[in-house]
Design a protein around this ligand. Sequence first.
Ligand code: PFF
Length: 466
Amino acid sequence: MPQKFTYMANRGGFSGRIGFILAAAGSAVGLGNIWRFPYLAGTNGGAGFLLIYLICILLLCFPVMVGEIAIGRKAGTDAYGSYQKLGGGKWGYLGLFGILAGFFILSFYNVVAGWAFGYFLEISFGDLLTHQNLGQFFGEYVNNIGPLFLFSLAFMGLTAFIVSQGIAKGIEAANKIMMPGLYIILIGLIIYSLTLPNAMAGVEFYLVPDLNEITPRTIFYALTQAFFSLSLGMGALITYGSYVGKNQNIVSSAAVISIADTSVAFLSGLMVFPLVFSLGAEPGQGPKLIFVILTEAFQNMGPIMGRIVGGSFFLLICFAALTSTISLLEVPAAYLVDQKKLPRKPVVWGISALIFIFGLPSLFSQGIVPFLNKLPVHNSPDFLSFVSDMCDISLTVGACFMCFFIRNRWKIGNFNDELALGNPSFFGSSIQTYINFAISWVCPVLLSILSILVIVDKFFGLEHLF
Ligand code: PFF
């Protein structure tokens, strides 16, 4: 029987280790893994991208994840309150910065989730698969604002409903159903795609690295994608960490969460590239990869199989997105509940409405409002991509400051004491050496350099420098 505990009884908490791990893995596994990871890998050299991505996870993301959970559990409160409580002074602003980043991520994330939800309905119950030109269909679809408005609204409503139910009964319960469902659908789809003609060419593109394909861009994209995918740098795991019991082993939980997330990203690539190559299509299609190319693959499966496989795929994306949107919403919700002592339900519905409104420019940014589609910003022509790029920057910068916080303010000794709770063999272990060295040196140094380069790249482009 897992031990039942509730940390800070008035705030609620996860019912145990499995509940926390599933919820945190649910936060991590999302559109980032199934939508963004394959298209970034497709445009950035396939296996080379995968290789750099894995290095980022091991070297930078895993220690940062341990750091965030430890801060949250030690302080037992929201992201702002945690930095404020452990650091004092102006450190609370670092938490606020993360809360704002979460707010903006959710605003555009919900729009893409709405697209996926619409595709699920259109493929399963509509006539999407009978369209001749799926590229054109997608272009028109993302500008068909009426239905998309409703799909995004429904998605935000579902997110708000789950979060309003609280930690154990809402967030944890939803993840316990959706996460296993997600793995089952994913494995089924991989088995199917590997049996298609020319599937092995896709596997080769994805698994055999060509070192010439690795450029500075590959590194930036892999880095920002790794932070986004593991939900790091903005306080989501500080917030979830605050609901974790003192008897839990943070390091091993973080390892399981990182492996779960990375395996879903990896497996998504293994599902997507065989499908893309079986069509003879080009993998570097960008954001429309799954909406256009994969849908074409579903179309080729015939009307019944196409509906079943395609419908399952977009249902998988909806599950993954929902487990992430609930964690994104929990970050500002916890802040208002903990700091402003406001009641959870109205807070959750109120912020959801606000975030939805902030998401409208992203919803309108795919062509229907021309100026939102042609921003004068390097590399992010539309508003949705622009917000997404700004959020990528804030995650890298946020994670970098978190390392400085632990190293210079909270201090490594206190950090270690927190990690030793629920993990008696931590002191003197090689994992302690690795985490301490990473948080004190590797992460602050590399993240400082990379944060600056990522900012310069997103605003001005670094092509001419390298
Ligand atoms: N990790 C999520 C994904 O890969 O889709 C996105 C995300 C969720 C980012 C929660 C940040 C966060 F706090």
